[in-house]
Design a protein around this ligand. Structure first.
Ligand code: PLP
Length: 433
């Protein structure tokens, strides 16, 4: 059994200064389970008690090459020498913007920000300005960051399908109720549902904000047909398609989910994998839309295009564009799925995967659901118990089964073998519970 003596003591200290003892609600795993990390290297983490883990959370996705990647960190050291931020522009911004455009054809023009939340806020703002319509649609089960316009969820746990669509509720306190008027939700993979909504509300809705692979709903994925349909419908009803690639961007393909699906967004957002864990994000899109920044639409920020984050992005994107890193990540994901499947099949445990091998959802059901309503119907109890056991023996996945397993380039054969051995042990312990 792993010891968490130092993490538990740190929690007791930290709670006196930090709500929940952490700096993000999602990092709190309970009084005796919250982890404090000493360091990360490659595909592994060490907590302050010295427990070692193969990590498949990877900070919710940004770590695409591996923790403390020397290629990126050397570039960052050069970035420090530039001097940080100046409240003025640098040459590096153009260089990185150019590479993003080359990798993602929809990204005709680009603006940098610091977090996914900021990029999506900017995307919605510019969509409202361009269309003159304040409303927007999000998918049921989606997550687009912590700001008022997207912190609304479709309540499906106590929902009675006979009574119509689920109720839309704020995700916690402090969100102005008045904003609800702007927000509409729709289930993934139902083109008829969205067409009905477009027909009814096309004069109020400026944008459909969506992820083709729902990175916060177990990587439940859109079908190719759905993506083709919504692209056409958005054009037909004069509604902008915003594809949020904060999780999928520079991960599922060099050109993100848009390349995978062969669909071009009007506006798209990127953050996590762009700089291997350094804080930077991108809002990008069609030139005609993006030119409004500076012509009536505000955008900026003190830390925007910081020389450290830009240097990290420049090197990370160079590696992703010019090497086989993403192919290798995908191969690892496929081998992991094969290994997991043979363990589960030999015990007759029904299971399936969703999303992409680089950010896969694991379901204990014959087929993955096609939308979030289906996730609620699936039994998650085996997953929840299994996750706890995996933590105990040195494999980190997110305890909430809505979060996919993320793979990085540094996950090597040794990580794979260790993961499969431990997965088998954890399954057997879970079965005995
Ligand atoms: C799809 C998506 N959009 C936006 C965000 C918000 O990004 P950040 O946490 O960097 O603000 C996230 C974060 O997980 C995300 O997954």
């Amino acid at each position: 059994m792993r010891l968490l003596t130092k993490s538990n003591a740190q929690f007791k200290k930290a709670i006196t200064k930090l709500p929940l003892g952490v700096s993000s609600n999602f990092r709190y795993w309970g009084e005796d389970k919250t982890l404090y990390i000493k360091k990360g290297k490659g595909g592994r983490l060490w907590d302050i008690d010295g427990n070692e883990y193969v990590d498949y959370r990877l900070a919710f996705g940004p770590v695409i090459l591996g923790y403390a990647d020397t290629r990126v960190d050397d570039a960052v050291r050069e970035g420090i020498k530039i001097g940080g931020v100046f409240g003025l522009a640098t040459e590096l911004e153009y260089e990185v913007a150019n590479r993003v455009s080359r990798m993602v054809p929809a990204a005709e023009l680009i603006r940098f920000s610091n977090s996914g939340t900021e990029a999506v806020m900017a995307a919605l703002r510019i969509a409202r300005a361009y269309t003159g319509k304040d409303g927007h649609i999000i998918l049921e089960g989606s997550y687009h960051g912590l700001f008022n316009e997207v912190m609304w969820y479709a309540e499906i746990e106590d929902w009675d399908p006979k009574k119509g669509d689920p109720e839309i509720l704020p995700e916690g306190d402090g969100i102005p109720k008045i904003i609800k008027k702007l927000v509409h939700t729709t289930p993934l993979n139902d083109a008829n549902a969205i067409e009905d909504l477009f027909k009814k509300k096309k004069d109020q809705i400026g944008a459909f904000l969506m992820e083709p692979i729902m990175g916060n709903a177990c990587s439940i994925a859109a079908t190719k047909q759905y993506m083709t349909d919504i692209r056409k419908l958005c054009d037909q009803y004069n509604i902008l398609l915003i594809i949020d690639e904060v999780k999928t961007g520079f991960r599922v393909a060099r050109g993100g989910a848009q390349e995978l699906y062969g669909v071009k967004a009007d506006i798209c957002t990127f953050a996590k994998a762009i700089a291997n864990g350094y804080p930077i994000s991108v809002v990008a899109g069609r030139e005609e839309i993006m030119r409004q920044f500076g012509k009536g639409v505000a955008h900026g920020g003190t830390w925007t295009a910081h020389s450290v984050a830009l240097s990290a992005a420049s090197k990370t994107l160079e590696i992703l564009e010019e090497t086989d890193a993403l192919k290798n990540i995908e191969q690892y994901g496929l081998k992991l799925q094969d290994g997991i499947s043979s363990i589960l099949n030999s015990r007759s445990i029904a299971h399936s995967y969703s999303g992409h091998p680089s950010m896969m959802g694991l379901f204990f059901s014959e087929k993955p659901p096609s939308d979030y309503r289906g996730w609620i119907d699936a039994d998650q109890s085996f997953y929840d118990l299994l996750a706890e056991e995996l933590h105990e023996i040195g494999i980190i996945i997110e305890p909430d089964s809505r979060e996919p397993w993320f793979i990085c380039e540094a996950h090597d054969e040794k990580c794979l073998q260790e993961t499969l051995e431990k997965f088998e042990q954890a399954v057997d312990i879970t079965l005995r519970k």
